[in-house]
Write a protein that binds this ligand. Structure first.
Ligand code: ADP
Ligand code: MG
Length: 546
């Protein structure tokens, strides 16, 4: 094909694809517009995972009648003017791409009224063109309604995940913005269910209570880094309150929700030595710095930022977090797992070559974490946690498929407070979870009573086990099915930990059970349960051969 400049229609579809990847992208752009318009109240409704309908209503500035049509032109914005403005962006939007992009991939209706106008404007667009325009009154503010996302883009539609997953992304997004703007009253309803509602009283702890539950909110520590450059504010969890995923880390830069590996690193470094491996804090943190010090014009979705000076941002975050954490009560002492002392090259990994295990003779335990055993082919070192995880994983799946799940009712039900995202998962997966023995009963706003758990969870923090379980169901990524993810999460929680001392009998029993599993050589994640040093390799290492 000869080279030619693409038709405008094609260009606009390509550009729209960068802004609107999935339903949550539409919600994000509309909510950002409402915040930029100074709204103190923002209501979001979504239906069918946000594919059928998304509606965002605000009480912000509204759009003057003579400008409404303009907002659907690409690169039409009221937020920046000159090139110099691009260097000091203080609004969430600035690219003038959102509304035209949404109108390019969905049907859009807008009703808006500015304070200066006596009557408002209604516009209806299909395929990016206005199909009707009327005068309509409403209180000051704007309502944008989107219908049938990607109706004419079957390829895009196919890439979307289930409505549950799309809903959980929307719930998460709204939670993030609510955390960034405690003075704004947010409400979210998904398929008619009120999922999130914040008071809008400016108190971050109150928003945390709505998002993560009252118990978490009460324990969170205030970051007092307002005097630092850049200034850092927000709430962080004490080391005694941790979660099993990074999903509870929220970062904002000048109140823009961002993904930043730098901020993750600075935070994790501040918690260094305070958390068990695999545990992560709950963090809601805003970095505030002059707009010239940060570039937000990295990607059309504006979720990535570049700092002019990475080092000062890193140092400021780490320092203010450490300052907050020293004030916290001392964390429990945790046993760290020492790294293997021999160079890894010594060990051969034979994880998938044969499935069944040879008969192994237990010789002892190393670092309270590994079982040393002798077999016909040399020395075996078994990771006790991974091995037990494999055993429990298969047991849980077997019990479920035979409908013989052993359930343990709790004498005293435990109250659990769920995040909007977790609640979404529970609403749609509750039935499914009960097949595994987890019984949760609604108990007021976002509170649930845990009445029964699978008997396999013998001890530990049951509430945390259930939360981790819900979190494990929120992502579509990974190789495990939903059943397997539940089994894996329960197995991981209940398995013997690294650092637990075992008697010889316990180790023998563990090895016996491991031998009976279908895949004894890998844990449910596919990592090896054991490493093997063959007799021949031993001879070689000791210079006995050749
Ligand atoms: P951007 O936010 O990058 O300027 P958008 O396409 O999102 O681009 O919006 C275009 C313009 O429409 C904005 O600059 C703003 O002037 C106006 N606008 C959009 N949504 C609202 C709203 N909810 N309230 C007031 N004005 C709005
Ligand atoms: Mg915008």
């Amino acid at each position: 094909m000869p080279i030619k400049v693409l038709a405008r229609e094609v260009i606009s579809k390509i550009a729209a694809g960068e802004v609107v990847e999935r339903p949550v992208s539409v919600v994000k752009e509309l909510v950002e517009n409402s915040l930029d318009a100074g709204a103190s109240q923002i209501t979001v409704e979504a239906q069918g995972g946000g594919v059928n309908l998304i509606r965002v209503t605000d009480n912000g500035s509204g759009i003057p009648a003579n400008e409404v049509e303009l907002v659907f032109h690409r690169y039409a914005t009221s937020k920046i003017d000159t090139l110099a403005d691009l260097e000091r962006i203080s609004t969430l939007g600035f690219r003038g791409e959102a509304l035209p992009s949404i109108a390019a991939v969905a049907e859009v209706e807008i009703i808006t009224q500015a304070a200066s106008d006596v009557v408002g404007t209604y516009l209806h667009l299909r395929n990016g063109t206005i199909v009707s325009k009327e005068k309509r009154s409403r209180p000051r503010g704007t309502t944008v309604t989107m219908h049938h996302l990607f109706r004419h883009f079957p390829a895009r539609l196919k890439f979307l995940k289930s409505p549950i997953t799309e809903n959980s992304h929307i719930a998460n997004l709204l939670s993030q913005y609510a955390l960034a703007f405690p003075e704004v009253k947010f409400s979210l309803s998904l398929d008619g269910r009120l999922t999130l509602h914040t008071p809008g009283n400016g108190n971050l702890r109150d928003v945390v209570a709505q998002v993560h539950g009252l118990e978490v909110a009460q324990q969170m520590l205030e970051i007092d880094g307002a005097d630092q450059v850049p200034s850092i504010t927000g709430l962080v969890s004490p080391a005694s309150l941790a979660r099993s995923s990074r999903g509870y880390l929220s970062f904002f830069v000048n109140r823009r929700w961002v993904r930043s590996s730098l901020l993750v690193r600075a935070t994790e470094d501040a918690y260094q030595g305070l958390l068990i491996t695999g545990k992560h804090p709950i963090v809601s943190l805003n970095v505030s710095l002059p707009p010239q010090e940060v570039d937000v014009n990295v990607h059309p979705t504006k979720t990535e930022v570049k700092f002019r000076n990475n080092q000062t941002v890193y140092a400021s975050v780490e320092k203010s977090l450490k300052k907050a954490l020293v004030k916290a009560p001392l964390p429990r002492v945790t046993t760290a797992t020492p790294p293997p002392t021999s160079p890894p090259s010594l060990w051969t990994l034979k994880s998938n070559e044969m499935t069944s295990l040879p008969i192994l003779r237990v010789m002892g335990q190393l670092a309270s974490s590994y079982i040393m055993a002798e077999g016909p082919e040399g020395l075996y070192l078994i990771d006790q946690h991974a091995a037990h995880e494999r055993i429990l994983f298969e047991k849980i799946l077997a019990q479920r498929s035979q409908q013989k799940v052993e359930i343990q009712g709790l004498l005293e039900p435990i109250t659990i407070e769920l995040s909007p995202k977790q609640e979404e998962i529970l609403k749609t997966k509750g039935e499914f979870l009960s097949q595994f023995g987890v019984s949760l009963e609604p108990f007021g706003s976002r509170s649930y009573l845990l009445r029964a758990v699978p008997a396999i969870i013998k001890e530990g923090n049951l509430a945390e086990a259930v939360m981790t379980l819900l979190d494990s169901l929120t992502s579509d990524e990974g190789i495990l099915s939903q059943e397997e993810r539940i089994a894996q999460s329960l197995a991981c929680h209940s398995a013997i930990k690294a650092g637990d001392s075992l008697t010889t009998d316990e180790m023998r029993e563990l090895m016996k059970q491991l031998e009976q599993t279908a895949q004894p050589r890998t844990c449910p994640h596919g990592r090896p349960t054991m490493i093997h040093l063959s007799s021949r390799q031993l001879e070689k290492e000791f210079g006995r051969t050749g």
